[in-house]
Design a protein around this ligand. Sequence first.
Ligand code: TEU
Ligand code: CA
Length: 533
Amino acid sequence: MDWWKDAIIYQIYPRSFQDSNGDGVGDIPGIISRLDHLQELGVDAIWLSPVYQSPNADNGYDISDYREINPEYGTMEDMEELIAQAKSRGIRILMDLVINHTSTDHYWFRQSRDRTSPYADYYYWSHGGPDGTLPNNWTGFFGEDCWEFDPQRCEYYLHLFAKSQADLNYHNPAVLEEVKDILRFWLDKGVAGFRCDVINILWKDSLDSSKKKLSLTGSEHYLTLEGTHDILRQLRAILDEYGAFTVGEAVCVTPETARALCGRDRHELDMVFSFEHMDCDQYKVKWIKRKFRPKVFFDCLTRWQRELDWNALYLENHDQPRSIPRFGSVRYWKESGKLLATLLLTLRGTPFLYQGQEIGMLDFDFQRIRQLNDVESKNVDRLLRRFHVPQKLRWRIISRTSRDNARTPFQWTAERGAGFSDARPWLGINHNCERINLAAQEEDPRSVWSWYKDLAALRREREVLRRGEFVPMEAAPPLFAYRRRLGEEQLTVLLNFSDDPTRVSVQGSLLRSNYPRERFEGVLQPWEAVILE
Ligand code: TEU
Ligand code: CA
């Protein structure tokens, strides 16, 4: 039943994975052509970022038809072929379920602009305050206001994300019925479940203004409320008819509120992506970077390992800059890339690998804002310009955090186009593809790719890595040490998050090291990862 406790799941951002028809945009036939790569890596399931009909204001997270495939990515037949081809390789497909909002191009929204239509209150509409002020003082996720005036309906509609992503109003029961039909549509096609986009903010309990905050003013009116739990329980009932899986992206959750979303007894989600460990190199908001603090990172991971029975484990995704520059070391690119792989694949929970992580891809090498695509980055640039922040400082703030850092095309080969496309790619390819690419690593037993493949096999072979309990160990940073225990079986993991050799007093027989060595004598080399029996 819970196949996902033994699985490694791989996230594909379809736009940037593989172009098959020479238009510079990744597509579904391209993904099909690369399934052997995923099978060799040892992937058990694929989370596919949205491929539905969309005007691409937020690259598919603004859906205009949940039952149609965006022609840029291919046809419904291509999608059905992908499900079948993946299945023939023992790989499940998870779709991205984006139901907090739809695109303003969606039929429902276009109808909703007529207040006499049956779709009139599928969304949150409001007259706004006296003398034309906005309905409330909430601030959104993309640094914009949360209300956009619609000249046809002459009212404002709520959008917590981009203005073309209108929030659905679940106070209207018809909305949840529509979502249930969408779930069934995809489950009937044979998908194994869903990654659920910002799933803990669905229910808004009021549209009242609230105390100003540095970010997300008004979030107490929608963060993980009882109304959302009720929606999730109703969706779970349908998912259970199919034995389907869900991982929820849960913003601003603590272990306690996460447990309320994915505890076994809750019958809501199977697991959640939380954000706390990703906040360890930023100050309150992600645009204000600070020096990475290993101790905070280790303590956070330890707390989540101990306080949740099951975690969704990730260090990268399509919203986050690459992990080696953040939590590892570009100077020790290979060693720290393999160390972070070891962390991801030996903690307790389901590991999620983001495309390119398996070959140690790094952030983009863009020089100016016009090379960016991400709506969030462009909104923040506009906001900073309004505050007269000089161009150089704007670029410094945005380039370090922009989600485009993780969205550059996959680097398959060293050639021009990186084996991704023969056409001009929709987003620039990092020039380091001459050095960092799959072809250069496939035959190298010491490469990052080979290390991921080997650890995935080790995880499949050793049940203690999949099901064992997490046992923290006393260790001072830069050392992160823990054990996995199942009955009599125990493995010790030692990770040196530093450029300096680090002595440890732990003994054991060497099972793996990311350095060539026969035995372990108590000293970890810079960014060395060791697994001991
Ligand atoms: O992300 C929601 C979200 O909270 C992230 O955008 C987060 O705020 C930040 O970017 C990372 O700290 C989901 C999707 O993953 C994202 O791509 C979409 O833009 C967003 O929802 C709206 O659908
Ligand atoms: Ca294409």
